[in-house]
Design a protein around this ligand. Structure first.
Ligand SMILES: [Zn+2]
Length: 202
């Protein structure tokens, strides 16, 4: 029986050697696990804060180096910070190559994870089921690494109003899919039309 075909095998960076694997992919250190399986794109809140505060790579957990990669969406630019921690350039490249949201093979965020997992991770709940946004890769330096704090002193993320070495597009935004609300409305309209045109049913 033929094995399911995997898209081009991309090797994780050497510094990620100790990371657990799932489905052939290296699981980022920040990724949340529940019931023995990882939820890619769902982050452990505490690890997110640790990464941002101590300048660790969210992927391999090692200290960041001279070039620091960020994944930036328009919504992040609007608020002035990115809530996802940074990555080494090579960890960043691997994530961009294999993550279906980043490489464009998925055009919608996964539906919300099980409630037990969702309880762990409030940050991404608002993205669940929504069309993928446009992503950019930004590279900054250690001197441009600044933490964004909320009025209560909470760590919000990494500031984006800093000198940026390079920006490049990672993926375009996906076209919005018909929402449930719109689909229901459409069905009502169609039902109304058919009841007007078709033979009366009782
Ligand atoms: Zn790394």
């Amino acid at each position: 029986m033929p094995k399911p075909r995997r898209s081009r095998a991309v090797r994780p960076p050497a510094r990620a050697a100790a990371l657990p694997r799932h489905g052939g992919l290296a699981v980022p250190w920040i990724t949340g696990w529940f019931d023995g399986r990882p939820y890619f794109g769902v982050n452990f809140p505490l690890r997110r804060i640790q990464c941002i505060k101590y300048r660790l790579c969210q992927f391999c957990r090692e200290p960041l180096g001279r070039r620091i990669g960020l994944i930036v969406r328009p919504a992040d630019i609007a608020v002035g910070y990115v809530d996802e921690p940074a990555m080494h350039p090579e960890c960043h490249d691997y994530a961009v190559a294999v993550c279906p949201m980043l490489n464009g093979s998925l055009d919608h965020y996964r539906a919300a994870p099980p409630a037990a997992v969702a309880g762990l991770i409030a940050v991404q709940a608002s993205r669940a089921g929504k069309p993928a946004e446009a992503y950019e890769a930004w590279y900054i330096t250690p001197s441009g690494y600044e933490i964004a704090y909320g009025p209560d002193g909470a760590v919000l993320g990494i500031r984006l109003d800093v000198p940026v070495l390079m920006k490049r597009p990672v993926r375009a935004a996906a076209r919005p899919r018909l929402t449930d609300e719109h689909a229901a409305l459409l069905r009502q309209v169609l039902a109304l039309e058919s009841s007007l045109e078709g033979p009366a049913t009782s």
